[in-house]
Write a protein of this length. Structure first.
Length: 397
């Protein structure tokens, strides 16, 4: 009898736990943050938050208000600034649905280590949001721009990061866990994609900006920022950023354009695979990068007869050489200008020869700057399209 009574008591206790609502958060009591911007001030930080206007997003009829609202506060620490937002925001700031964190370029150059520590400690934040740097501007300015197509600017940036990384290649979507891992790693330095404002930043906050067919102000993501530990030290250009992603084996699809006779031709890369190997030779580390890529002829803007085997061979060589040039340009710029191993060559040497790595580990920046790197690209054009000879030739004759 006592055993049965104990069993029922245990069941009742479990049921009470399952139905408990002690941690519930009513939608009308919270302010959902989708983006956070962090800038450096003289004595601390300025935190900007982009909060969803639920009545405008979910309402059946538009009220004429903006879909998101930006609030800003300063503080000696990130946490202090976040708490001070409560003086302006009538609801509790809720960051569980965060999509984007933007660092001001000035802050990124001084170092984002302390900021990352604060963000990673926040118990409500998930780790799947992306991080970017406001290229040439403040993070607060980025969060003050209304965007077309996407009502929520944070969704616009995060979606563009994912889409461009898959379809174009000069950008990279980085989460907080990936960033912290790169910062603490001794064989690989971090990178972040830059986001910048085109047009007039002041007019970008106006709701009328997105009512135009061609908004005069907007946000674009472009090029990769090079870090050394937690500090931004420079930017790669678009082609160098592509080269970096080839080395990192992050290229899904992209477009490769090069001259051909009196015009240009574009090859649509459909797949790419990179294998990076390291070795020790006569006491010196060496790296070999092997890229295998395939593509289809996407656009022909010159007089070329694709029915001729020698022309296809020529296209393959140009396709291959263009990719190789981008990769080599990225390596040269990073080695000569930044001396920061964003490619992870140190990790490759460590996996190849851990004992040798111990000798180079302390002075890897100097070793990386003079590291011998060999680039091998095998590119093959699979399809020529529906026609072998461009009708552009007939038009011009």
């Amino acid at each position: 009898m006592k055993k049965i009574l104990s069993f029922f008591i245990m069941v009742l206790l479990l049921i009470s736990l399952l139905t408990a609502c002690w941690s519930r958060k009513e939608l009308n009591e919270i302010a959902i943050v989708t983006a956070i911007g962090i800038d450096k001030t003289k004595d601390g930080y300025m935190v900007s938050v982009q909060i969803i206007n639920p009545a405008e997003i979910a309402g059946k009829t538009a009220t004429g208000r903006t879909e998101v609202i930006r609030f800003m506060k300063t503080g000696d620490t990130i946490m202090e600034a976040m708490r001070r937002l409560s003086t302006d925001v009538p609801r509790r700031v809720y960051v569980a649905h965060l999509r984007e964190v933007v660092f001001g370029e000035e802050l990124a150059k001084e170092g984002i280590g302390k900021v990352l520590d604060s963000l990673s400690r926040h118990h409500e934040m998930r780790s799947d949001f992306f991080l970017t740097v406001a290229k040439g501007s403040k993070a607060s300015d980025i969060l003050n721009v209304q965007t077309a197509l996407e009502k929520n600017p944070a969704v616009k940036i995060s979606s563009a990061l994912e889409t461009s990384a898959k379809a174009w290649a000069p950008t990279m979507a980085v989460t907080i866990d990936e960033l912290i891992t790169s910062i603490v790693s001794k064989g690989k330095q971090p990178v972040l994609t830059g986001v910048y404002i085109y047009g007039n930043p002041e007019s970008g906050s106006s709701f009328t900006n997105v009512q135009n067919v061609s908004p005069k102000t907007g946000l674009k993501i472009d090029s990769i920022g090079v870090f050394k530990r937690d500090k931004l030290i420079g930017w790669l250009n678009q082609e160098e950023s592509k080269g970096f992603n080839y080395i990192a084996d992050k290229v899904k699809t992209t477009a490769v354009t090069f001259p051909c006779e009196d015009g240009k031709i574009t090859i649509a890369t459909i797949r790419s695979k990179t294998n990076v190997k390291g070795k020790m030779e006569k006491g010196k580390p060496k790296i070999s990068i092997n890229v295998t890529t395939e593509g289809n002829v996407g656009e022909v803007g010159c007089k070329i007869d694709l029915s001729k085997p020698e022309k296809i061979k020529e296209l393959n060589e140009n396709y291959q050489n263009t990719i190789k040039e981008n990769i080599e340009a990225a390596i040269k710029t990073v080695q000569e200008d930044f001396q920061s191993d964003i490619f992870g060559f140190g990790d490759v040497i460590y996996r190849t020869d851990p004992k040798a790595w111990k000798r180079f580990e302390k002075n890897w920046d100097q070793e990386f700057a003079k590291l011998e790197v060999t680039v091998n690209v095998k590119a093959e054009i699979r399809r020529l399209g529906t026609i072998t000879e461009s009708f552009q030739k007939e038009i011009e004759e």
